[in-house]
Design a protein around this ligand. Structure first.
Ligand SMILES: [Zn+2]
Ligand SMILES: [Zn+2]
Length: 240
């Protein structure tokens, strides 16, 4: 998989977050990941077993601390069963595109995201969907009007394939060159990677030219990795 970057080599648990889960804790996770990548260090290590791992490695979400751990392949494989009631859950490596994605400008406006990009994931600790957008300070949580989000789900039933906690829907708003929003399902660590990239080049209020180029390049890469999402899944009612 693409190497998620920016996680550095901080020790496990440095995000230090309570399991009640709130916006502050989620931000702590994002800040940790979005912080400037330290100089290339020889020997990043698995945060579960301390084995050396390559730059390109996989991640596991700690559902109690809401933090993301860099892992070796054997540790990653211990937590791939998403039906198991475990503290840790491996971040899947799947990219899906949703076309057509039914989200016009009016519907986007109802989501009250102040910029043209956000990612949405289901936080199982809180039992609701959380929305984050990039800003000069890193990822910022946006209070998501849940009825507006429910209406996006109703228009796009295929997005309920989203796995809780470990995957996100990355959505670009409609704009001059897009009549409808652009939506991909991505591993949640890819969102953290994007936030880190944008933060490093962000200028002014809207991010500036360099951040737009960074974003366009990122979407090109995830588009080329994405396959079409399967047709609408059975309604599960758990993402409401
Ligand atoms: Zn390991
Ligand atoms: Zn990592």
């Amino acid at each position: 998989m693409t190497a998620p970057t920016g996680t550095g080599s901080q020790p496990a648990g440095s995000a230090g977050i309570n399991s009640a889960g709130n916006s502050a804790s989620a931000l702590a996770v994002l800040r940790r990941i979005a912080s400037t990548r330290p100089p290339q260090t020889a020997g990043e290590r698995c945060e579960m077993c301390a084995e050396p791992i390559p730059d390109a490695h996989q991640h596991v979400v700690d559902l109690e601390s809401r933090s993301l751990l860099c892992t070796c392949r054997p540790c990653y494989l211990l937590f791939t069963d998403s039906s198991a009631h475990l503290r840790y859950r491996s971040v899947p490596d799947r990219y899906l595109s949703f076309e057509p994605f039914e989200l016009g400008q009016a519907q986007w406006d109802e989501l009250e995201i102040p910029v043209g990009l956000a990612f949405f994931f289901f936080n199982s600790a809180l039992g609701r969907t959380a929305a984050f957008y990039p800003s000069p300070a890193g990822a910022t949580e946006s209070e998501l009007p849940l009825d507006a989000w429910a209406s996006v789900q109703a228009s796009n039933p295929a997005i309920t394939v989203l796995a809780p906690d470990t995957e996100a829907l990355l959505i670009r708003s409609p704009g001059p060159d897009r009549e409808r929003a652009d939506c991909h399902l991505v591993p949640i660590d890819a969102c953290y990677e994007l936030v880190g990239r944008l933060r490093r080049v962000w200028k002014g209020f809207d991010g500036g030219q360099e951040s737009r180029q960074e974003l366009a390049g990122f979407f090109d890469r995830i588009s080329s990795r994405s396959r079409p999402a399967p047709a609408a899944a059975e309604p599960e009612g758990r993402h409401g």
